[in-house]
Design a protein around this ligand. Structure first.
Ligand code: CTP
Length: 447
């Protein structure tokens, strides 16, 4: 049997892709199609791909031309695939002429004529409308947003609003193209979507107002500190066909996503224990230490270590206990223990206590180790009893890392998804439930 392999992103699958797959199939008896993983595309600087990997795999499957579909995860994988699947022919479009000649050592390389006049890039450009984003809350957190948004296509930051108009004007001065508005309704009439970077306790009002004004919302994490509020906000968004995304940067970064996918695929067996930690020693005069502004380590940092736990073990835990060191009514350090039917997890957050900021996910076959700062994951290892089996994974963490959540937000707007596929409604609402439990000091012990 003659085996043929080809690769591509196959975004917004078009006739050029179908022609290529047909020609590749005709070269042999069995066609393997490699579809790029989202994180691999992001790593190669392809941040504007519209369909996620599942949608692209489905589209290739629907052509009926592929006998096997595989995922392309990393540079250098092609040689391994050719050897692994005993491939006879590597076929790719003529736009890649010469670039895969190195594979001639392992199989025959054929460059197929590309269909003229069509490409994913062209289709993206033709169907692209520009989303005008306004920023609500122009403080430290928001200051990074315009820089990060520049690398994502299809959006412009056009407006800013802050309860302190002087702060907003200052933001306008620092960011070309952004106009400061003193009146919120005026601000809303100039934007399609908003990014909310105000202090935690104002999120609920800001999100609700923005959704009722018909705007898509990307809100800083923790989105809200109350489960009912979170539910209500997602319902409002869905009723109005608006996108609501919790802006948790770790949830959207390529390396973290790949780690989660691999663990879910069973690479370390059944997950039995997760330990995640995050701490930051800050100047105690800041808002982060003010009880009236929901200061403290848990509200400030908790949504990061909760993320791997909720992504891997889900929202249905049996119990959750908090142990905190308090100062002026805010937690300087909190340790949480979450019990599941078949697993136990612990997390640590600190504003006045320094911890080792690593993530360890233990399973029945091995464990994942992500060194500090794991929440900005660009490297991790899968380790096993036999040290020779250790696998190391390297990625890029670009800029401040906000570009990935911005891309997901815009992708959700374009593809009419109600929320992020990387931090979904259930997970986000569960975070709010946990924050509420802490707020209400349920199963809470002061140390
Ligand atoms: N291809 C083709 N004819 C086209 C477009 C793509 O034969 N008009 C081929 C490519 O050469 C490649 C495969 O289809 O072998 C998948 O290409 P991909 O990069 O996914 O498609 P493009 O439309 O080129 O995407 P982009 O514009 O994002 O580069």
């Amino acid at each position: 049997m003659k085996k043929v392999i080809t690769y591509g992103t196959f975004d917004l699958l078009h006739q050029g892709h179908i022609n290529l797959l047909q020609k590749a199939k005709e070269l042999g008896d069995y066609l393997i199609v490699g579809v790029t993983n989202d994180s691999f595309d992001k790593d190669r600087g392809k941040l504007n791909v519209r369909n996620n990997v599942l949608e692209r795999v489905e589209a290739v499957k629907a052509t009926g031309l592929a006998d096997k579909i595989i995922i392309e995860d990393y540079v250098g994988q092609k040689i391994e695939d050719v050897l692994k699947y005993n491939v006879d022919i590597f076929a790719i479009g003529s736009d890649w002429e010469g670039q895969f000649d190195y594979l001639n050592e392992f199989c025959q390389v054929i460059y197929l004529p590309r269909t003229e006049g069509i490409s994913s890039t062209q289709l993206r450009a033709e169907t692209q409308y520009n989303v005008n984003i306004g920023i609500i809350g122009c403080g430290r957190v928001a200051s990074r947003f315009p820089f990060e948004a520049k690398v994502v296509s299809g959006i412009s930051i056009t407006a800013a609003y802050d309860q302190d108009y002087a702060v907003c004007c200052d933001f306008e001065k620092k960011n070309i193209g952004v106009k400061a508005y003193e009146n919120l309704n005026d601000f809303y009439s100039h934007v399609d979507a908003v990014y909310i970077a105000t202090p935690h306790l104002s999120h609920y009002d800001c999100i609700k107002k923005s959704l009722l004004a018909g705007k898509h919302v990307l809100c800083e994490t923790p989105m809200v500190l109350n489960e009912l509020q979170a539910n209500e906000l997602y319902n409002i968004a869905e009723e109005r066909n608006l996108v609501l995304v919790e802006a948790n940067k770790t949830a959207h970064c390529p390396a973290f996503n790949h780690l989660i996918v691999m663990i879910k695929s069973g690479l370390i067996g059944e997950v039995v224990d997760i330990e995640a930690s995050l701490s930051q020693l800050l100047d105690k005069s800041g808002r982060e230490f003010d009880v009236n502004q929901a200061g403290g380590a848990m509200f400030e940092q908790g949504s990061y270590p909760l993320l791997p736990i909720l992504k891997l073990l889900g929202p249905e835990f049996k119990s959750l206990n908090f142990y905190s060191k308090m100062e002026k009514n805010v937690d300087m350090h909190t340790k949480g223990v979450i019990l599941y039917p078949n697993a136990v997890c612990s997390f640590k957050v600190g504003l006045g206590v320094k911890t080792e900021g690593s993530l360890v996910i233990s399973g029945t076959k091995g464990y994942a180790y992500v060194p500090a700062p794991w929440w900005k994951t660009d490297y991790f290892e899968l380790r096993y009893e036999n040290q020779n089996d250790t696998k190391k994974f390297f990625y890029k963490w670009d800029g401040f890392g906000l570009r990935y959540e911005i891309q997901e937000f815009i992708g959700s707007i374009y593809n009419k998804r109600p929320t992020s596929t990387k931090l979904n409604r259930k997970e986000s609402i569960c975070m709010a439930r946990i924050m509420q439990a802490f707020y209400e000091k349920k199963n809470f012990i002061e140390i």
